[in-house]
Design a protein around this ligand. Structure first.
Ligand code: C2O
Ligand code: CU
Length: 469
């Protein structure tokens, strides 16, 4: 009798716990359901690539030879294309004169494949090989780059593109990546050999004197009238922000930082900070036949020509017709702003550190020579599968494109004003003294980097870790 009563009591407790557990699933988590997935359906296809980093001479810019560091001897490096569900294996060899790693920017990889030296793997020494292997869980535009001395290594030319195609991509006439970058060259046309200068550190990182698209000045893309293209824009510059003016084109933004937006968006007003991607759905109307459509950067006072779409003077082709792809579901999280802030990241600078100036998050500068035996500097612990309201507070006058590995977040407010961005991001730009609130439901367990993507700021300390468990 007593035993039966105990069993009943135990069952009652278990039921109560289960109910409490489901109630604890906040409104934000319920609203997140059906946004981006925890797992991907594997296709069973293995895509194996080899990539080698080494010094190289390339013809860049105006055609003159330039000494760079490159993946597979090219700048930009290889454009890896896979389908959603494919397994990616990259056998990487470091033939640089420095240790390096590869980080897969925006890709939700197992933590051990994230390429953060001293955190997820040891540095890959010169002459060594490391195998990266993962199955991307999201289709879209991603990129890869070193995560060690990146202000030097990326600036010297180490970056490549990873395009994860939809399982059934829409029938675009063509799919094109434009890698936006700038270079700081000396008068004799060499890469300016000093990195992390006091000037770069005190400002918005290293801004170049030559702007390139796919490594060329005045990029031209020749198309047929009537074509419909997917144009993927990616900013790999150390510090420069672009504000691409595509008003000459009939274009909508369909994806930001990889993932599709909930609906096609007008392209005006988008800022492409270091690390960001913007995918455009562009239709070349038959009436554009024989014209040159210029794309211009308007972030700075003086507009900078980026490239041109040259429309052949010929009979138009038939325009592929299909609805612009969109995300099945993006949560609005309208009440998210009212939830308690789980972690705030205050961004500032101070005198000190190896470069004379160091950039800090919550008054701490990240140590790149971190002793492997010392505890990791974890700035926040985020519960996996649960809602986290985070806040970035820029206490400085400089720009900070803040990037988090291993998750996508959504901007909830800028300076207290609610913002309705119908898409997720992995990088958000803060202007002087901005306060930006973001929300996320991290699905991928691991110790992930959170840092400024102005590489000189990151190099001089503006990095930290968040732990998702
Ligand atoms: Cu492109 Cu840690 O970032
Ligand atoms: Cu910064």
């Amino acid at each position: 009798m007593l035993r039966a009563a105990r069993v009943v009591a135990l069952v009652a407790v278990l039921v109560a716990l289960a109910i409490a557990g489901s109630v604890r699933r906040s409104a934000e988590v319920r609203e997140f359901d059906g946004a981006y997935p925890e797992h991907v359906a594997e296709s069973g296809v293995l895509r194996a690539f080899t990539v080698r980093a080494a010094p190289a001479e390339v013809r860049l810019l105006d055609g003159r030879p330039l000494q760079v560091w490159a993946y597979d001897g090219r700048v930009p490096g290889p454009e890896l294309h896979v389908r959603l569900g494919d397994r990616v294996r990259v056998t990487f060899t470091n033939d640089l004169p420095q240790p390096t790693t590869i980080h897969w920017h925006g890709v939700r990889v197992p933590n051990a494949m994230d390429g953060v030296p001293g955190v997820t793997q040891p540095p890959i020494e010169p002459g060594e090989t490391f195998v990266y292997e993962f199955t991307p869980k999201d289709a879209g535009t991603f990129w890869f780059h070193p995560h060690l001395r990146s202000s030097e290594q990326i600036e010297r030319g180490l970056f490549g593109v990873l395009v994860v195609e939809d399982v059934a991509p829409p029938p675009w006439s063509r799919d094109v990546v434009w890698v936006l970058d700038d270079w700081l060259l000396t008068q004799t046309g060499e890469i300016f050999p000093e990195f992390n200068t006091r000037h770069d550190l005190a400002h918005d990182g290293r801004w170049g004197n030559v702007v390139t698209v796919n490594g060329r000045v005045g990029e031209q893309l020749t198309v047929h009238p009537g074509e419909r293209l997917r144009l993927r824009l990616l900013n790999v510059a150390n510090g420069r922000v672009f504000a691409p003016d595509v008003s000459a084109l009939d274009a909508t933004v369909i994806a930001v930082d990889g993932n599709y937006a909930a609906r096609p968006l007008p392209p005006a007003g988008f800022e492409l900070a270091p690390g960001n991607r913007l995918d455009l759905d562009v239709t070349i109307p038959p009436s554009a036949r024989g014209r040159r459509l210029a794309i211009v950067d308007r972030f700075t006072q003086q507009p900078i020509p980026l490239g041109e779409i040259v429309v052949a003077d010929e009979t138009p082709v038939e325009t592929p017709r299909f609805p612009s792809p969109a995300a099945a579901h993006v949560p609005a999280w309208r009440d998210g702003l009212g939830t308690p802030v789980a972690a705030e990241f205050r961004l500032n600078a101070r005198a000190g550190g190896p470069f004379g100036i160091e950039w800090t998050i919550n008054d701490a500068a990240f140590r790149h020579d971190h002793d492997a035996h010392a505890p990791m500097p974890i700035a926040a612990r985020l519960p996996v599968g649960e809602w986290s309201h985070l806040r970035f507070t820029n206490e400085s006058y400089r720009l900070h494109p803040m990037h988090i590995h291993g998750l996508f977040f959504k901007v909830l407010a800028r300076n207290g004003e609610p913002v309705d961005e119908p898409y997720f991001r992995d990088t958000v730009l803060l202007h002087a003294h901005d306060v930006v609130d973001v929300g996320a439901v991290p699905l991928d367990v691991g110790t992930w980097m959170l840092h400024c993507h102005i590489l000189e700021h990151a190099e001089s300390g503006m990095m930290t870790l968040v732990d998702v468990r």
